[in-house]
Design a protein around this ligand. Structure first.
Ligand code: 3ON
Ligand code: FE
Length: 502
């Protein structure tokens, strides 16, 4: 593989860089309205709230945030009931957001390039990074939690999205301790008599690294916790679970802290991908009673942000992940809006098979199309799944912005695609099963077909400079959107979301 290999061979026709860039403007206003411009029809059986988090502000009073991953979390709630939909968005009032709003300028350094104004002198030896609560939003144990992987969750009011403060789970989480942005719901936990539980992790960074694993019961209490040291530098954004294991991919990266300490670079700009080093796979048993010890495996070099799912099969663990052949360095001072997509390696869906006895890891490319934001039926978490839904590029080859929703059938190898190109840019597709949730208010069982339900995604329509909430029939993407809810404004490209039926 050569970086930029696609550049000369693939004509870029599906998107326009200037149009794409418009989706990265701040949305300062906070709205609260019934959506009355709807094309098509919201299915009357679809009831609940789609919560979505992401950077809402790409500048502080005109001072540019260097990278969208550094932007303050802004949560959208699209509440759907009886064919009607209501929109609301609110910034998470983190300590840093409030302080910077008051000051009218950037007061904190960010992980991905944002620096305080005033050059390196103004930044040197300041290692305090703002909790921006911008990555995921999830309702669990009666609490709506905005998550960012390097600090504690913020709790919001699920109805008003008002910020209620940091969440420490009755003191089980230490002040300012991290809590990752990628929890999984185990639909039937063997450690909770078959009840669902929430499994999350945290990467505690410092001179050495630790993986913390947290399991929460339905009431939202941390009921199991264990910690494991990790050798080397750990940049682990997501993980996967099975009934018995947690699986982590430790990406091969090196970190040189000196420029960060000297104030010349952010931490993200000090990370260097190591193409000649293997990826370490860390498998940690979930059974705390057995005093779990990590099992370490190795596979080819690659970079993984997101896993679609994992499951156990005849002594092996199967895991589907979005893997990049290379992680481009965050370039100092570069403008992310000038990204040369064609010069970067695309994220692609791979299947890894891992044998815990022999430690052999086998990997296979499942889908070469550029894709990100994998999503599965919630009841299949940790169990064998048939379908993966993804945000994908419009064209089958090359790297490009996400403009389509792709459905991969792992059994028949069939694909379905719905594209919003050339004007539309899509986000994560959230799958909502058609069947009603179980007594716990969660989707814990697949009753009919695994793809019987809807995909909800937010699509930036660059032509109208506004965002649509698009509803697709997950069984048949190619029949087109069954409803397009036009918002009154744009919403900056986001990260992750979840659906809460109620
Ligand atoms: O790992 C160490 C400890 C740690 C927690 C060092 C560290 C400084 C890198 C770190 C912090 C990591 C953070 C704060 C990561 C935040 C990530 C984030 C906000 C978002 C990641 C998004 C990933 C993807 C793949 C997004 C894709 C977006 C598109 C395709 C387009 O919209
Ligand atoms: Fe993520």
């Amino acid at each position: 593989f050569q970086l930029g290999e696609h550049a000369s061979t693939v004509p870029i026709t599906s998107y326009n860089t200037q149009e794409w860039q418009k989706g990265y403007r701040s949305l300062d206003q906070e709205y609260d309205y019934w959506i009355d411009e709807i094309e098509g029809q919201i299915p009357p059986e679809l009831n609940g709230t789609l919560f979505r988090n992401g950077p809402g502000r790409l500048d502080v009073n005109g001072q540019r945030i260097q990278h969208p991953f550094d932007g303050d979390g802004m949560v959208c709630a699209i509440a759907i009931k009886d064919g009607r939909a209501h929109f609301r968005n609110r910034f998470v009032r983190t300590e840093g957001y409030v302080a910077e709003q008051q000051a009218g300028r950037i007061l904190y350094r960010g992980v991905f390039g944002t620096q305080k104004p005033g050059g390196w002198l103004a930044n040197a030896f300041d290692t305090k990074i703002k909790n921006i609560a911008n990555t995921q939003i999830l309702y669990w144990g009666g609490k709506l939690l905005a998550l960012w992987e390097a600090a504690e969750p913020y709790r919001l009011d699920p109805r008003t999205l008002e910020t209620l403060g940091q969440e420490y789970f009755d003191g089980a989480l230490q002040p300012s301790a991290p809590f990752a942005a990628h929890p999984w719901i185990d639909p039937a936990s063997q450690f909770d008599a078959g009840a669902p539980c929430l499994v999350n992790f945290a990467i505690k960074a410092g001179l050495s690294f630790t993986i913390n694993i947290y399991e929460l019961d339905l009431k939202g209490a941390i009921v199991r916790q264990h910690n494991h040291p990790v050798p080397g530098f750990a940049f682990i954004h997501d993980f996967a679970i099975t009934p018995n294991y947690c699986i982590f991919f430790q990406n091969p990266v090196a970190f040189n802290p000196v420029p960060f300490l000297m104030g010349t670079r952010s931490p993200g700009e000090c990370i260097k991908f190591q193409p000649n080093k293997p990826t370490r796979v860390i498998v940690i048993p979930r059974d705390v009673a057995s005093r779990p010890k990590p099992i370490i495996l190795e596979t080819q070099s690659g970079f993984v942000f997101h896993h679609a799912n994992a499951y156990e099969q005849e002594g092996e663990i199967v895991i589907d992940s979005i893997c990049y052949e290379n992680l481009p360095a965050v370039k100092v001072g570069a403008d992310y809006r000038e990204t040369d997509f064609a010069a970067l390696a695309p994220g692609q869906l791979w299947r890894f098979r891992m044998n815990l006895e022999t430690k052999a890891v086998d990997r296979q490319l499942v889908e070469p199309r550029c894709c990100e934001f994998p999503f599965i039926h919630p009841a299949k978490a940790g169990r064998e799944h048939r379908y993966v839904y993804l945000g994908a590029a419009h064209t089958a080859q090359g790297n490009a912005p996400l403009q389509a929703i792709l459905k991969v059938d792992l059994k028949s190898e069939h694909r379905q695609i719905w594209s919003a190109a050339p004007d539309g840019y899509v986000g994560e597709p959230v799958f909502v099963p058609r069947e009603l949730p179980g007594a716990s208010g969660l989707y814990t069982q697949v009753e009919g077909d695994e793809d019987d339900g809807w995909l909800l995604t937010m699509v930036y329509d660059s032509q109208h400079d506004r965002t649509d909430v698009v509803i697709l029939d997950a069984k048949d993407l190619e029949k087109g959107a069954i409803a397009r809810l036009h918002l009154k404004h744009h919403v900056p490209y986001g990260l992750h979301g979840s659906f809460t039926p109620h």
